[in-house]
Write a protein that binds this ligand. Structure first.
Ligand code: ZN
Length: 196
């Protein structure tokens, strides 16, 4: 493990994340508790990692900030006009970008339901991993994700009971984070962090 300064969350922002403001968020409902973490994967174009537009901006970051050039790739035309975001995006090297304050409602889950409660965006934190349903995730991503989740657990203790995947809350629509995502590995790393 590295000896880097411990991660913290202050005023809804993760200390070690690079901040990039997304316009795609709104207020959470009044009196709602943040109690769930939703894991996703995303890559643009699908199954390509680290791809950037002519402006040098990572395509996923461009999507979450409404800067994506819909004409840059045929696939992008199939999602043209999408207004989406996540609270966090973790790249293959483990670097983290935050787009939406945790206290605000990011637009990552879409039509969804968890334990009988609809609209998971209302009460969840959404974390996107750069990845696909057909490729293993990197060791750096698991390390960072486990640290991030441990930090979220401390700031939002109710989330400790509700760690889930997009495919679990939107089973007929979504397949991410996919079969290559190793939940046992993640849970082991989280447990190790919590016991430190
Ligand atoms: Zn997803």
């Amino acid at each position: 493990m590295s000896q880097a300064a411990p991660m913290t969350i202050n005023d809804g922002r993760l200390s070690m994340a690079t901040w990039l403001t997304s316009p795609n968020y709104n207020k959470r409902p009044i009196n709602i508790s943040i109690d769930t973490i939703v894991i996703h994967n995303i890559s643009l174009p699908p199954d390509e990692f680290g791809a950037c537009g002519a402006d040098g901006v990572h395509y996923v970051k461009a999507l979450f900030t409404n800067q994506l050039d819909w004409n840059a790739h045929p696939y992008f035309q199939t999602i043209q006009g999408a207004e989406v975001s996540a609270h966090l995006f973790i790249e293959r090297d483990g670097s983290v970008t935050q787009f939406v304050n945790f206290e605000e409602r990011a637009w990552h889950a879409g039509r969804s339901s968890y334990l009988g409660r609809p609209d998971c965006n209302d009460y969840s934190i959404g974390i996107e991993l750069e990845g696909s349903d057909f490729v293993s995730f990197s060791a750096e991503q698991y390390e960072t994700l486990a640290q991030v989740i441990t930090t979220i657990y401390k700031a939002y203790p109710k989330t400790r009971r509700h760690l889930t995947g997009h495919s679990d809350i939107a089973p007929n629509r979504k397949t991410d984070p996919g079969d290559y995502f190793e939940w046992p590995k993640l849970r082991e790393l989280i447990a190790k962090n919590l016991n430190q």
